[in-house]
Design a binder for this molecule. Structure first.
Ligand SMILES: O=C(O)CCC(=O)C(=O)O
Ligand SMILES: [Fe+2]
Length: 314
């Protein structure tokens, strides 16, 4: 009842909680958190149910052997327990722009298999749409494609340890516990017959920040022209309009790691097809209550300047 009253009150009255005792507010906060945990748990169960009932046949539904997953250079940094040897990181990392790192990560053959899965999934959702099961074709979200294991693996073995080593100041001790992975495709303005393949939706992507704290971007197919990934300053840093560097993967399997607040864009693809796997990661449990509700990413320090998502950003 307390939660119900408070939810109503917060919706209807300004400064609603100012009439409350601090201890009651704290109790409310705890109860809301417990409720939120329940929502997260039930949502996860539902998601699993949807997945298991889906009839999509994924040819990559389980993880292959490590040597068929990781690029040799990356594999050398993984110890017997699957942990990344952080001391040897500088052997493979290059800094493409201030705070933007690239490195060889996945086997090109695995990348090719992931693209094949995206093609299969595109054909599958197109069929479902034809049969009237869904209103629209569904996006190539890894969880829906039964490739959630790739999200989990990349979060646990790549993004979490690297973020702790490279973006310690950003994370402030929080754990990245949420991930969302999807496939993006680009082709020139007139890509010709799309057939049953995964359809590239665009030829470029305007400058933006991600709904993520740390983003991993893996090239899946590199024989395209144009399509450089350009990095600008971080939102809120005063360097937003500065171009800091750009990156083009030398081969499939190369990855870039950057903070979600780093403004980035993809220049127009003028030939070939450009496919990538994007993994957004966040800390959902710990810090969210302390961040700006409009962008989730800024104003972590209560003493810092005004929210960058003010009028100048919206
Ligand atoms: O395609 C890329 O390299 C970047 C994609 C991206 O920035 C995004 O999906 O948020
Ligand atoms: Fe992005």
């Amino acid at each position: 009842a307390m939660v119900m009253h408070a939810t109503f009150g917060l919706d209807h009255y300004p400064n609603y909680l100012q009439r409350w005792q601090m201890s009651d507010i704290e109790e409310l906060e705890m109860k809301l958190r417990a409720q939120l945990d329940k929502v997260v748990e039930e949502k996860e169960k539902l998601r699993q149910k949807l997945l298991s009932s889906s009839s999509f046949l994924c040819r990559l539904a389980t993880a292959p052997a490590p040597q068929d997953i990781w690029d040799k250079r990356f594999l050398e940094l993984i110890d017997g327990d699957g942990k990344l040897r952080l001391g040897k990181l500088n052997k493979i990392l290059s800094e493409e722009a201030d705070g933007v790192y690239s490195f060889p990560l996945l086997q090109p053959s695995l990348c090719q298999q992931i693209v094949s899965c995206a093609n299969d999934f595109a054909a599958f959702t197109r069929q479902e749409k034809l049969e009237g099961k869904f209103d629209s074709e569904r996006p190539a979200v890894l969880d829906m494609m039964k490739l959630g294991w790739i999200n989990d693996m990349l979060l646990r073995q790549v993004v979490s340890p690297l973020a702790e080593a490279l973006f310690e100041d950003e994370l402030e001790g929080e754990t990245l516990d949420w991930r969302h992975g999807y496939i993006v495709g680009y082709a020139p303005k007139d890509p010709g017959q799309a057939g049953t393949e995964f359809r590239p939706r665009r030829n470029h992507l305007v400058s933006h920040t991600d709904d993520s704290e740390i983003t991993l971007n893996v090239c899946l197919q590199s024989d395209y022209q144009g399509g450089e990934l350009v990095f600008h300053g971080r939102r809120g840093s005063g360097e937003e309009l500065k171009t800091l560097g750009s990156f083009k993967a030398p081969a499939p399997g190369w990855a870039v790691l950057h903070v979600g607040r780093q403004l980035h864009e993809v220049l127009p693809v003028t030939g070939g097809k450009r496919y990538g796997l994007i993994l957004w990661t966040r800390s959902m449990r710990g810090m969210r209550s302390g961040v700006c509700p409009c962008c989730w990413l800024n104003r972590r320090h209560p003493t810092s300047a005004a929210c960058v998502c003010g009028p100048q950003w919206n």
